[in-house]
Design a binder for this molecule. Structure first.
Ligand code: GDP
Ligand code: GDP
Length: 461
C-alpha cells in the first residue's frame, strides 16, 4: 500500500513502565474538523464507564479512562479544549499542540486522508518532530474506502515514519491503531502494596491560570520545602511536596511547575485541564481554585465533574475575595453554587491567598473532606437509620415490580461506597436512588467527598 519514504524516522519505541497508580495520558491532536472527537469516541467508546448523575459534564466528554489491548490509559481529545473561534486566531495550532504534548505521554496526530497536507498540518508535524522524546502516532482519518486510504500516502511527504489510514466514523483501521498504541504503552505497573498507615493523603491543587494556585502552594510551603517524590516518569518530572498541618501530613502534588511557573497564553489555557487530569490521577483530594471575580468556567465544571467521577474529595476555593465588595462576594458564592450544582457536597470556601484570610478555613475544609472520604459507618448504625428512611418513604413500584430493600452496608471507603441489597436492583427508580443518597448525606454527612451507592440482588441460596 503506502510507500515508505527513505527519509523516514524511527517508529516510536515502547515507554518504560510508569510509577504505580498512574496511567499514561494519550492526547489526540490535529487541526479542527479532521475527526479528533470522532476518533476519541471510537477509541474510548467501548470502554467508557457510564457515569450517572453528573449533568452537563459527562454528556460532552473530552477525556476518558480507557484501555488498548488491556493496557490502561487516559485518552484526551484536545479538540474539546479548543479555544473559542476568536481565540483560535490568536493561538496557533502549533502552540496548542505544544501545550498538549507537554502534558501527555503519547500523541495521536490526526491528519485528513481526503486532502493533501495543509500548512496547519505542516506546522503541527514540525512541532511534534521537535519534541523528539515523545512517541507520536500519525493517522490519516476519513479513509473510509481502500481508495481513500491511498490518500493517506500523500502525508508521507511530511517526512513521518508511518501514517496509519483510519476511518474513525466506520471503525476501519482503528483496531490497528489500538495495537500500535498498545505496543508503545508501558506495561501497567503492579498494584501498590497496601501498607497500613503509609501514604499521606495526596492533594491536587487545580484550576484555571491565574486563579491563585501557585500563590497558595507558595504560602502553604513557605520557604521550607520537602521534596518527597521526584518521579522521573514517562513525562514531565513531577515534584510533590509534603506539608504537615496539626500533626497530619499531606502531600501536595506537582508543585514544581507551580513554584516556577511559565505563563500560559490566553486561548490555549483550556489545555491546562490536561494537567489537572494528570494530577488528579494520583490524588485523593482536589482543591479547585477559582478567581471569584471570574467565577467558575467550563474547565472548572469539568474538573469538578471529574472529581465526582473518580470518587475524590473536593473543596472549592473562591479566591481573591480581597478584591471584591460584600455584594460581589455573595454573588460569587451564589454563582459558584449554581454552576457547580452537581457537586452540592463540595464545600465552597471564600479566601484571599494574598492577605491570608480564609486559607486556614480552606485547609480545615480540605482535612474534613479527606476525613469524610475515609469515614466508615457501621452496618448496624446504617440499618437502624435505614429502617426509618424506608418506612417514611418506601421505594415505589416500577414497571409493576414491587421493590423491596433488605439491607444496606458500607462496602468500602475512599470513596465511601454503599451497597443496598434489594430484590430488584434494576428497578429502583432513579429519583429514589437520589433520595437514598440525600438521606445518607443528611444523616451521616460525608461533606466534601463523592460517595457511591450501588444496588445488588440478594444472593440465592
Ligand atoms: P474534530 O473537529 O477534529 O474533533 O472533528 P470531528 O470529530 O468533529 O469531525 C469533523 C467531521 O468529520 C464530522 O462531520 C465527522 O462526522 C466527520 N468525520 C470524522 N471522522 C470521519 C471519517 O472517518 N470519515 C468521514 N467520512 N467523516 C468523518
Ligand atoms: P495560578 O496561575 O493559578 O498559579 O495563579 P497565581 O498564583 O500565579 O496568581 C495569579 C495572580 O493573581 C498573581 O498576580 C497573584 O499575585 C494574584 N493573586 C493570587 N491570589 C490573590 C488574592 O487572593 N488576591 C488578589 N488580589 N490577587 C491574588
Amino acid at each position: 500500500m503506502a510507500r515508505r519514504p527513505r527519509r523516514s524516522e524511527r517508529l516510536p519505541a515502547p515507554l518504560p513502565s510508569g510509577a504505580a497508580g498512574t496511567r499514561p495520558v494519550v492526547a489526540i491532536v490535529g487541526r479542527p474538523n479532521v475527526g479528533k472527537s470522532t476518533l476519541f469516541n471510537r477509541l474510548a467508546g467501548r470502554h467508557v464507564a457510564i457515569v450517572e448523575d453528573v449533568p452537563g459534564v459527562t454528556r460532552d466528554r473530552h477525556y476518558a479512562d480507557t484501555e488498548a489491548m488491556g493496557k490502561p490509559y487516559v485518552l484526551v481529545d484536545t479538540g474539546g479544549f479548543e479555544p473559542s473561534s476568536e481565540d483560535v486566531m490568536a493561538a496557533s495550532i502549533a502552540e496548542q499542540v505544544k501545550l498538549a504534548v507537554e502534558e501527555c505521554d503519547i500523541v495521536i496526530c490526526v491528519l485528513d486522508a481526503t486532502t493533501d497536507p495543509t500548512p496547519a498540518d505542516r506546522e503541527a508535524v514540525q512541532m511534534l518532530r521537535q519534541v523528539a522524546d515523545k512517541p507520536v502516532l500519525y493517522v490519516a482519518n476519513k479513509a473510509d474506502s481502500p481508495k481513500k486510504a491511498l490518500g493517506a500516502a500523500s502525508h508521507y511527504e511530511l517526512g513521518v515514519a508511518e501514517v496509519l489510514p483510519v476511518s474513525a466514523l466506520h471503525g476501519h483501521g482503528t483496531g490497528e491503531l489500538e495495537e500500535r498504541l498498545a505496543e508503545i504503552l508501558p506495561e501497567p505497573p503492579p498494584e501498590p502494596e497496601p501498607v497500613a498507615g503509609a501514604g499521606a493523603p495526596r492533594v491536587a491543587i487545580v484550576g484555571r491560570p491565574n486563579a491563585g494556585k501557585s500563590s497558595l502552594v507558595n504560602r502553604l510551603l513557605g520557604e521550607e520545602r520537602h521534596v518527597v517524590d521526584h518521579r522521573p516518569g514517562t513525562t514531565v518530572d513531577s515534584i510533590d511536596s509534603l506539608i504537615v498541618r496539626g500533626g497530619r501530613e499531606m502531600v501536595l502534588i506537582d508543585t514544581a511547575g507551580m513554584r516556577k511557573k511559565a505563563r500560559i497564553r490566553k486561548g490555549v489555557e483550556g489545555l491546562g485541564v490536561i494537567h489537572a487530569i494528570r494530577s488528579m490521577e494520583r490524588s485523593d483530594a482536589v482543591v479547585l481554585m477559582i478567581d471569584a471575580a471570574e467565577g467558575p468556567g467550563e474547565q472548572d465544571a469539568k474538573i469538578a465533574g471529574l472529581a465526582e467521577e473518580r470518587g475524590l474529595a473536593l473543596v472549592i476555593g473562591l479566591n481573591k475575595m480581597d478584591a471584591l465588595d460584600e455584594d460581589a462576594r455573595k454573588r460569587a458564592v451564589r454563582r459558584t453554587r449554581e454552576i457547580l450544582s452537581f457537586v452540592p457536597w463540595a464545600p465552597v470556601v471564600t479566601l484571599s491567598v494574598k492577605t491570608g484570610r480564609g486559607v486556614n478555613k480552606l485547609m480545615d475544609a480540605l482535612e474534613g473532606a479527606i476525613a469524610s472520604r475515609e469515614k466508615r459507618v457501621t452496618t448496624g448504625e446504617l440499618n437502624r437509620f435505614f429502617e426509618e428512611v424506608i418506612e417514611r418513604h418506601p421505594p415505589p413500584t416500577m414497571k409493576n415490580r414491587a421493590v423491596r430493600i433488605f439491607y444496606i452496608t458500607q462496602a468500602a471507603t475512599r470513596p465511601p461506597t454503599f451497597v443496598v441489597v434489594t430484590n430488584q436492583p434494576r428497578y429502583v427508580h432513579f429519583s429514589y436512588q437520589r433520595y437514598v443518597v440525600n438521606q445518607i448525606r443528611e444523616r451521616f454527612g460525608f461533606e466534601g467527598t463523592a460517595i457511591r451507592v450501588k444496588y445488588r440482588a440478594k444472593r440465592k441460596r
